[in-house]
Write a protein that binds this ligand. Sequence first.
Ligand code: PLP
Length: 414
Amino acid sequence: MSQAARSTPRHAAMSQFAVSNGELLVGGTPLCRLAARLGQTPFYAYDRQLLNRRVGELRAALPASLKLHYAMKANPMPALVCHMAGLVDGIDVASGGELKVALDAGADAREVSFAGPGKQRAELRQAVAAGILINIESFREVTELATISEQMGSTARVAVRVNPDFELKSSGMKMGGGAKQFGVDAEQVPELLAEIGRSGLAFEGFHLFAGSQNLKAEAIVEAQSKSFELACRLAQSAPSPVRFLNLGGGFGIPYFPGEQALDLAPIGANLAAIADQAARELPAAELVVELGRYLVGEAGIYVTRVVDRKLSRGHTFLVTDGGLHHHLSASGNFGQVIRKNYPVAIGNRMASSERETVSVVGPLCTPLDLLADRMELASAEAGDLVVIFQSGAYGFSASPQAFLGHPACLEVLV
Ligand SMILES: *Cc1c(COP(=O)(O)O)cnc(C)c1O
């Protein structure tokens, strides 16, 4: 191998899905069989066994007393939320619509929490009626909730979402520290707590979420330790003991060449130390981490069929029946600064030794509709199935399906 070839970063191995007779299996079903059963491409497929396995790995790595919540905005498919509700200790919702899906899925209202800026009065009413925990993100929400509690004769359960005075380093998406629309700045929290006390709302604790898609364990460890210290400091101004402390998450998964899976061991060790400290300093508090992407991202694939194969001035394009309208993030248009390829394979030619460099594009009339840019894949023809891995989070629900009026995409839990 040449020096250049050796130093080219590669995608992490996508070994979570088994392969049999050269075909990818989802939940034990061969991919072509699954496509036939659904009666159409494109589709997203999520694997129950992989969801179970991921939660099992987390439970093994994290302290037993720690509660694991699923942040369902990562994947709100009702059947999947229902499956997750049976695996985790709680569901975090970000809208009144998600709240309905979580409760329909069988989540225990006592273990559902609601975060997000700009919660509307109707959503706050839904939340109080349901008896879930509301993560307060502004002074307005305190006033609204006091009125709603009085009108409904039911006291709102609240936690304070804190915009910390630090950032999550190396995070794909920063959601705390500096000026942010999320949470209430740490320095304003004592005043907010006093207001909550005066309003008679049921104060339960704090929520800190510093950022998303982080692959550096040491950065997550640092953010969780700082979050805990900050919560201990703010607890001194609280109207009642802290019963709930959500330390956030931000655990990432490898998407792009050169990225590697997150090392859970140091995170688990640090959370165990925090749990010990919490038992002394916040003895009534239940500790929670909330994860979206890490729980579901690797358990899902997007599958689209090759419709056409075109040669343009020496470069081969596989044109598929799906594209950015179903999978915005794989096209590179959902928060990426420099476009990089997701891990991609030809799902019915997993064992093929015949390979070529091609680009995979969708049917939309825009050059942004690019699913793989000059990747080496198994040689493929019209009818073959292109698979995009790491697609279980921020896929279907985070894509502009109506753009260009192509048929809708399906989702299946296998
Ligand atoms: C989006 C979000 C999450 C989930 O983030 P992931 O990166 O998918 O784990 C968790 N908590 C809050 C408050 C969020 O906004």
